[in-house]
Design a protein around this ligand. Structure first.
Ligand code: T4K
Length: 393
């Protein structure tokens, strides 16, 4: 008799890719151009502390993104920390999502704020406005929402709730570089938005980030806070931190800006290919299109329904890994499961049913500009073959 384990093994063996393919990979600038840019640093010896390239990059990013009052940072986490400080959110409670990267609730903790988790929307995976008001109490100071995978939050509904209760809204826009909503940058909503320029992001300065403040006065406060609170050689106006981006990173970022539109266009083509191939596979759900959104395709998440697909998310993750396809379970486990937050009343799984379900089923497939379309085809072939083998066994 035919052993189903052998069938399964044959499927994986016949689809294994020769080299590992990771969930993302930075598109590097031309090395010759980068070293040329660095020559000026050798001449001047000016390496950090708001140098020329830093200033140039702030201006160019504002133009590119269609925003004002952008401040560069050494990474997205410190940018988030400072954005909250700049709005004096340094105590009480803040409502946030459990379906995000560790940095989101951690910056609340580092600011002396207790995170209060609210459930997410089953379609966008962002904070569900309908779940927020029941979490608002007398200590609530703000809403810290995440445009997860670059999908805009329901910004209008969040603002209405915030206005009704006198709360600030801060957006963790780590995934949302270049995303537009109703024709304008998604970074223009709320009291502040924060970007990450980490190496895993579609626009990168190796490590880096930015705060988009709501006014010039707000940006000035952000800039003081990111530079130890220093106003001049003899004046420190408050307890700031060191959040500066250096000139090597700014030079990298200036070159990246020349190619980021192409990066997004290449990702869009790959996302279309994934959609064509995976949309009709039973048991897989893809993110819905929203006509009001210009997306950036920073991630390609799929949701796996084990009953229909044939195997669980974890089994698919492992099978793909056996084929040299390294996907990621962003964001499993939920932040509400971390030992530092699990004892909070809002972290109880029964309070977060949608987030719990999504975290068990989500998988992010490889997507980056230099990923060959044939490799996306090969990833889809493997997923299809695994599904067929799973339902046949
Ligand atoms: N808020 C949200 C919602 C975020 O997602 C993040 C960061 C932040 C805030 C904080 O921003 P930052 O302070 O980081 O600027 C990665 C990133 O480290 C992290 O920045 C990112 N979110 C998170 C979603 O993903 P890991 O642990 O998955 O990274 P890692 O090292 O496993 O890399 C993933 C894949 O990327 C590798 O398999 C290969 C590729 N890779 C990675 C690096 C570092 C490269 O090709 N080159 C590289 O240099 O966290």
């Amino acid at each position: 008799m035919n052993d189903p384990t052998n069938d399964w093994k044959r499927v994986l063996d016949s689809h294994r890719l020769p080299e590992p393919v990771y969930v993302t990979k930075p598109t590097m600038p031309d090395l010759g151009r980068y070293t040329q840019e660095l020559e000026s640093l050798w001449k001047t010896g000016w390496l950090t502390n708001q140098g020329c390239m830093h200033q140039d990059l702030e201006r160019r990013l504002e133009q590119h993104l269609g925003v004002e009052n952008l401040s560069l940072f050494c990474n997205g986490t410190i940018a988030l920390l400072v954005a909250l400080q700049s709005l004096r959110i340094n105590g009480g409670e803040v409502i946030t999502t459990p379906f995000t990267f560790a940095a989101t609730p951690h910056v609340l903790h580092w600011n002396g704020v207790t995170p209060v988790f609210a459930d997410i929307d089953p379609h966008t995976f962002n904070l569900d406005p309908a779940r927020i008001e029941q979490r608002i109490g007398s200590n609530t100071r703000a809403i810290l929402a995440v445009h997860v995978y670059g999908t805009p939050c329901d910004v209008d509904a969040l603002q209405t709730i915030a206005d009704r209760h006198g709360l600030a809204v801060v957006y963790d826009a780590a995934h949302a570089f270049g995303v537009r909503y109703k024709g304008q940058s998604i970074l223009r909503y709320g009291n502040a938005s924060v970007l990450s320029f980490h190496a895993t992001k579609l626009y990168t300065t190796i490590e880096g980030g930015a705060v988009v403040a709501s006014s010039q006065q707000h940006k000035e406060r952000v800039d003081f806070l990111k530079n130890f609170g220093i106003a001049d050689e003899e004046t420190v106006i408050g307890p700031g931190i060191n959040g500066k981006l250096n000139e090597f990173q700014a030079a990298f970022g200036l070159l990246q800006l020349e190619t980021v539109d192409q990066e997004i266009a290449q990702r869009a083509a790959l996302a279309r290919l994934y959609r064509e191939r995976l949309e009709t596979l039973p048991g897989l759900k893809l993110l819905p299109h929203n006509k009001e959104v210009t997306p950036n395709h920073s991630y390609f998440p799929i949701l796996i329904d084990e009953a229909q697909f044939g195997i669980s998310r974890d089994a698919l993750y492992q099978a793909l890994r056996d084929c040299n396809i390294v996907t990621r379970k962003y964001f499993h486990p939920l932040c509400s499961h971390y030992p530092c937050y699990a004892a909070l009343p809002s972290a109880r799984p029964e309070n977060l049913p949608v987030a719990e379900r999504v975290a068990q089923r989500i998988l992010c497939l490889p997507i980056y500009g230099s990923l060959p379309p044939e490799t996306v085809g090969a990833v889809c072939d493997v997923i299809g073959a695994i599904h067929r083998a799973a339902v046949a066994s």
